[in-house]
Write a protein that binds this ligand. Structure first.
Ligand SMILES: C[S@@+](CC[C@H](N)C(=O)[O-])C[C@H]1O[C@@H](n2cnc3c(N)ncnc32)[C@H](O)[C@@H]1O
Length: 343
């Protein structure tokens, strides 16, 4: 699949507006795999990526992945996310990780805030050049450390730090799903869960842990929950948020791509599956979650899920489950219970 922001990121290197430094490695923040990477030898690239599908694609292709680094690099590439505070924090991180005189290159799709992000980098560390292609903008700056706006750098670095939300109930941070409030669809699902849910369960796409938290509180007969989540920034928060609940029931926190299947079998699954990346609806993601849930459920096991009511999941539920029922249809959401065949 073509990745326009990634292709555009490498444009100034391909057309030699910028030369790849002769010495040292290049840091790639929010790295994604694609044919554009061929312009830098894999042993000269250090990648950072917290989203499991992208991280495992890079690892499989032989790229070095680091969780964190305090080193400085002559060249830093970055694919900023859409959420503004998270993007600003990442730009600040990119500038902080660049050697004096080194270069930061960023690329953003026009529909994901390219213009704003370009202005943000310019405000922080200046602008040396820009190009537009593939409905994306690539922009870069040569980092002169003495000229970087040091106050802005410090405040932007702190912009996506974890903080309390919901009156202290959870720790959260910008950029994770529904980061500053409990999602109303998830809340509707939690309120619909039957008290007699039992056995071992899984929460697919667990976010910062809200649904698993509610399951442990509302359903005394359960024996434990595995929380699956692709975004490590969310999963780390879930671990922190559910530390107390983990003393009542065993909880396991699994950083994984659900579309690749689950690790164990379960008596029940709860989920509010992702349904878009950026602006576009991705029905296939929710459908893949339904398939993964069905494959992992034991005979007679139950799926409890919530979705925006316009999303077309019924045919997939029909295909992978013996029966399903819309339990609630309100506020634009549907809560669905599906049962796996006993044989
Ligand atoms: C709609 S949110 C629900 C979050 C949480 N359960 C809640 O109710 O607040 C969907 C979650 O799925 C995660 N996700 C997206 N794609 C995934 C994948 N392929 N594998 C695992 N999790 C994924 C997202 O990071 C996000 O946290």
């Amino acid at each position: 699949m073509i990745d326009p922001a990634l292709e555009t990121l490498f444009l100034p290197l391909v057309n030699e507006a910028i030369e790849i430094p002769a010495e040292g490695k290049t840091l790639f923040l929010r790295a994604r795999l694609g044919s554009a990477l061929r312009d830098i030898p894999s042993e000269r690239l250090v990648c950072q990526q917290t989203f499991a599908p992208d991280a495992s694609a890079l690892t499989r292709a032989g790229y070095e992945l680091v969780e964190d680094t305090q080193d400085e690099f002559p060249l830093v590439l970055v694919l900023p996310p859409r959420q503004r505070q998270e993007a600003r924090a990442l730009l600040a991180e990119a500038v902080a990780r660049t050697k004096d005189g080194g270069i930061v290159i960023a690329s953003v799709a026009n529909t994901e805030g390219a213009k704003t992000c370009e202005a943000d980098l310019a405000q922080l560390a200046g602008c040396s050049g820009k190009l537009s292609k593939n409905k994306c903008r690539v922009f870069w700056t040569q980092v002169n450390k003495a000229e970087v706006n040091a106050d802005l750098l410090e405040s932007w670095l702190a912009l996506d730090a974890p903080r309390e939300i919901e009156g202290g109930r959870y720790m959260s941070r910008p950029g994770v799903f529904s980061w500053d409030h409990i999602d109303p669809a998830s809340q509707l699902l939690a309120e619909s869960l039957p008290e007699n849910l039992y056995g071992k369960g899984a929460d697919l796409g667990a976010g910062l842990g809200y649904l698993a938290d509610e399951v442990v509180t509302r359903c005394p007969k359960i024996v434990g929950v595995d929380l699956y989540e692709a975004e490590k920034r969310s999963l780390d928060l879930a671990k922190q948020n559910l530390a107390e609940q983990g003393k009542k029931k065993p909880l396991d926190f699994i950083w994984a791509d659900i579309t690749a299947g689950l690790k164990r079998n379960y008596d029940f699954v709860v989920m509010n599956p992702p349904f878009h990346t950026g602006k576009a609806d991705r029905n296939d993601l929710g459908q893949a979650f339904i398939r993964a849930a069905s494959q992992a459920l034991r005979p007679g096991g139950v799926l409890w899920m919530v979705a925006n009511r316009h999303l077309p999941y019924e045919a997939t539920l029909d295909k992978f489950f013996e029966s399903f029922e819309i339990i609630r249809d309100e506020k634009g959401y549907k809560v669905i219970q599906a049962t796996k065949a006993r044989k």
